[in-house]
Design a protein around this ligand. Structure first.
Ligand code: PRX
Length: 705
């Protein structure tokens, strides 16, 4: 942590004096009557007195090959094992076990971005066949076996869940990299996970264009090779089966068209491999405070139990519902709440290939109307975008949601109200689900049939999850005190990651070191999990998440580490120093801005801005592209030479830069401020009155670089 106590105090009092309680809204009686969970006794069952056994209720939703003997093994904290002794297969639980009852039911309805291309409906029976055939290919053609890692770099296409479930069938650990990430970013993750097989796609549609995706596989393989990992096989799915649609040639002896290979596996069946509950199911990389992304490793039994339970009770999915989680499977939201959770409760899920506003902002509502979607799940950034570009569109379409989710970033109360009144037509409940890549599933939210909604607050801890807000010294911040602090989870739960792949020390250091007082303790109570978020708790127990407390920028619900951005900027020859900070953005929440100083002999005229933007898009991906690159003579620094990101963030966001007298070069602050703010004023980019909690987050942000 880099923020100082002084800073935190300022932030807390700022927030406290501007804190406004929002109204509380009860769910409609019609929703409650049909809810999967409407029995208030559930809160007693999930009371801490019953910890950890209460999580049996989630595990019992699955089919186990062998029962567990120990619900929670705490012998090696903070590496907790759930359902020890139990055995199961995730693919069996998501597919096979539904066949007897529902083989003709749609598991997925895939909607292509081009509106005139027909949907593809995949029934549970077809999913079963395709998963088996692809699993046979992975096993017999690629030689993969339980425990091996495979990297997937796929867009939103039904072949992605097919590939994930085929891996799971074999006990192979998949590591899906978000399709929008660059080939280089994919290559780094191949190295970290030591994958020798890459599964990808030739192309996909995004905003009306058929993008070449295969080109990224070539970059990824080259990048992996630099890192010392050789990819032996690249499996390429075709966007239009039978018609290779990429200008990038296939590499003889390395690249294979999946549908060609599958001809040899038609009709093949693969017995699901019975895996220990604690066997890893997948890796999901996420940004942290260093340049190297963390491979969050999730378990088979604990993870699957947790996402099944939360899908049933929080997403309120019944088999007859049509559920649409409008997120990308390449993020944790898609893994937990498009693939593993919904399939384990026999859902019908809509998958959509493209962008929300293509070809116009009525698109999501047309899809909802046509397919009878009644559960809708998306992120504030999408809601803001749809609100801005088509505020009156929802009422033109005859769809009815019973339930809507928001996830990924704090939602502004006025945006929440538009979601509720206009998108939800005042009929739907909203669950604001606060969680993370690390947590596997929801950790702060409302049980929709039992707990009221409050705009802008996620709610209390999810069932069985006991969050606590701690100050810098580890003291509890009382609910209703009006003070913010570091929100932690005081108890283990089955959905939580097992470790950072290949780096257990970093796992302990990142998430537990700050608040663990006794590293030898075997008592789980001594190991609160530090989420990295700042939060406040109202007197009624509801949490309001105010943003990251570490050097992570949440851009449109996607996490980017400042160090990752800075390292990418530093690959440009001219750049001497770089600092990345978050700037407020009306639609995306935050966007990165990069401040650089140049090496001698270079000048702004060398298209520094273009070079840095291109480098970042190339190295990380277009989502990381900064909105501005500011070139300064020098950057504000402490006497020990550290760049003061906090000061720069204040400049970008038109906030008070605070006391700069202790800096090594205080005069630079004013120069930088004048340059940046006058340019923004000219361009009409002055942020609106920033909410105080946003200001506080930006004030706390990465004190030093
Ligand atoms: O800061 C919190 C924010 O997103 C971070 C986690 O990002 P990621 O691991 O990419 O997972 C996103 C999808 C679960 C958190 O540390 N965040 C997530 N959900 C919310 C949120 N902030 C406020 N409210 C939420 N509902």
């Amino acid at each position: 942590m880099t923020e100082s106590n002084d800073n935190m105090d300022v932030s807390e009092s700022q927030i406290a004096s501007h804190w406004r309680e929002e109204e509380v809204i009860e769910p409609k009686a019609g929703f409650v009557a049909q809810a999967n969970m409407s029995d208030p006794a559930v809160f007693d069952r999930f009371g801490l007195d019953n910890f950890p056994e209460y999580f049996r209720e989630y595990a019992d939703l699955l089919s186990w090959d062998q029962d567990w003997h120990t619900t929670l093994d705490t012998s090696n904290p903070p590496f907790f094992n759930w359902f020890l002794g139990g055995k199961l297969n995730a693919s069996y639980n998501c597919v096979d076990r539904h066949l007897a009852e529902a083989k003709n039911k749609a598991a997925f309805i895939w909607v292509a971005e081009p509106e005139d291309e027909g949907d593809r409906v995949i029934t549970y029976q077809e999913l079963y066949v395709r998963v088996n055939e692809f699993a046979a290919l992975l096993r017999d053609f690629c030689g993969l076996k339980a425990g091996d890692r495979v990297t997937l770099h796929m867009p939103m296409i039904p072949e992605l869940p097919v590939a994930m479930l085929a891996c799971a069938r074999l006990g192979v650990v998949h590591s899906q990299v978000f399709g929008g990430f660059s080939g280089n970013a994919c290559g780094d993750r191949i190295v970290d996970s030591e994958s020798h097989v890459l599964i990808t796609m030739d192309s996909y549609y995004r905003n009306g264009k058929l993008l070449d995706h295969k080109v990224k596989a070539d970059e990824a393989v080259a990048q992996a090779e630099k890192g010392g990992v050789k990819v032996d096989k690249v499996l390429v799915w075709e966007r239009f089966p039978g018609k290779y649609s990429s200008p990038t040639p296939m590499v003889e002896g390395r690249d294979y068209i999946v549908d060609d290979l599958l001809k040899d596996f038609r009709g093949k069946r693969v017995d699901p491999v019975s895996m220990p509950a604690e066997a890893p199911l997948f890796l999901m990389y996420t940004s942290g405070t260093t340049a190297k992304p963390k491979g969050c490793q999730h378990s088979t039994g604990g993870y699957l139990s947790y996402v099944a339970g939360t899908s049933k009770y929080y997403q309120d999915i019944h088999p007859e519902d049509v559920y649409w989680c409008f997120a990308d499977i390449g993020w944790i939201t898609g893994h937990s709440y498009i693939v593993y959770g919904p399939l384990s409760v026999q859902a019908t899920s809509v998958l959509y290939e493209g962008v929300p506003t293509f070809p116009d902002p009525g698109r999501p509502w047309r899809i909802a109307e046509r397919l009878g979607v009644n559960i809708f799940h998306t992120a504030p950034t999408t809601i803001r975008m749809l609100r801005k570009s088509g505020p009156d569109e929802p009422q033109k379409y005859d769809y009815h949601f019973k339930h809507m989710t928001t996830v990924g970033e704090p939602i502004e109360p006025e945006v929440w109200r538009w979601y509720h009144e206009v998108v939800g037509k005042n009929e739907a409940v909203i669950v604001d689900t606060w969680w993370q890549t690390e947590t596997g599933g929801f950790i702060g939210t409302t049980l929709p049939g039992l707990q009221a909604m409050k705009p802008g607050s996620c709610g209390p801890g999810a069932l069985g999850i006991y969050p606590v807000i701690l100050d810098e010294d580890g003291n509890e911040v009382e609910p209703g005190s009006g003070k913010a602090g570091n929100i932690c989870i005081s108890n283990p739960w089955p959905g939580f990651m097992q470790t950072i792949y290949g780096d257990p020390d970093r796992f302990v250091e990142t998430y537990f070191a700050k608040y663990n007082k006794n590293p030898n303790s075997k008592d789980w109570r001594d190991w609160p999990y530090m989420t990295g978020d700042g939060a406040m708790q109202a007197a009624d127990g509801y949490f309001r998440i105010v943003g990251r407390i570490d050097d992570v920028i949440n851009v449109a619900g996607h996490r980017l580490g400042t160090k990752e951005l800075e390292s990418a900027a530093l690959t440009v020859e001219a750049i001497g120093e770089a600092a990345a900070v978050p700037a407020y953005d009306e639609l995306k929440g935050r966007v990165p801005e990069i401040y650089v100083s140049l090496k001698p002999g270079y000048s702004v005229d060398d298209d520094i801005e273009g070079q840095v933007k291109r480098a970042i898009s190339q190295i990380i991906g277009p989502i990381a592209r900064p909105s501005h690159v500011w070139v300064a003579e020098d950057l504000p620094k402490t006497r020990s030479g550290k760049i003061m990101r906090r000061v720069i963030a204040a400049v970008s966001n038109f906030m008070d830069v605070g006391d700069t007298t202790t800096l090594a070069n205080p005069e630079v602050v004013e120069e930088v401020r004048l340059m940046v703010q006058s340019a923004k004023v000219k361009a009409g980019q002055v942020p609106p009155n920033l909410p105080k909690e946003v200001q506080a987050e930006l004030m706390r942000f990465g004190e030093e670089s």
